[in-house]
Design a binder for this molecule. Sequence first.
Ligand code: KG4
Ligand code: ZN
Length: 333
Amino acid sequence: MAIILGIESSCDETSASICINGEIRSNVIATQAIHAKYGGVIPELASRAHQQNIIPTVEEAIRQAKVSKNQIDAVSFTRGPGLLGALLVGTSFAKSFALAQNIPLIDINHMQAHILAHFIEDPKPSFPFLCLTVSGGHTQIVLVKDYFEMELLGETLDDAAGEAFDKTAKILNLPYPGGPLIDKFAKEGNPAAYRLPEPQIPGLNFSFSGLKTAILYLVQDQLKQNPDFLTHNMADLCASVQSRIVSILLNKLKKAAKETGVKDIAIAGGVSANSGLRQSLIEMGEKYNWRVFIPKFEYCTDNAAMIAIAGYHKFLKKDFVGQDVAPMARMHL
Ligand code: KG4
Ligand code: ZN
């Protein structure tokens, strides 16, 4: 019997989860609405909101799982990568909790946890598999050889895919986070309405900054001729941008699958909630005979269930850290 408490605080969601023998029993997420009016996450405000939210969020996760605090066998927490002040709140809480309860402490890499979210429920991928991890801060193609043995095959050289969605949304006057809104408008639009460039980046790396500039110039040009341009063309703009981001991502994933010969293909991270990406991946999987793994919506964006499941797999290996552990804003896979 192993009961793990997972804590996530790397960006703007405070989350706590209880995992019992590899099964998620609760996953409570306190989203910080405060950032929307600033058009992006303000680190200092995020840290303060984590401080306010962390205790009630953990208490609620324990209550929903119907366990008592004293039954918890270990606490796992996001050590990095993320905003240092935000990570510090979760790390300090986890350390105090482990000390007070006299239980082991388990550090988790947030990007590994996004991938390990695929082990929360069936069907689970088998090793080795490829994972395209796409979030607000990262865009990576990872060869996953084992739970904690991951090789980075490619990554973005500038903006992350989530950033490309969010920065485009800003140009289109949509609030933060823009990804879900672009997704919504794209459903009504024509993806071929605007031709946007596909960057020619060697290997398995990505670049999104040229796309952002192309959209900026397109919108500025059109607004000069027609001040109502955005209002009348929002759906077509969103559909065109989304379809280009998706094609950039999937063309590289296809290349990685070809080069490695791996046929279990997964996506993870906030942008894996995108309906265009999910649909196109399913179609590509059928065409190339892949087994495709797409997370449930609640496990795409930041959550503590993925931290708890990753913690469970480290607990089985007795892979613990001491009280001297410190958060890391930059942390490799
Ligand atoms: O993984 P995540 O919650 O946080 C990070 O670790 O960064 O990812 C957040 C990102 C944001 O950029 C957000 O706009 C994007 O995921 N996102 C989406 C969708 N839902 C969230 N992007 C496109 N379509 C969506 N449906
Ligand atoms: Zn994330």
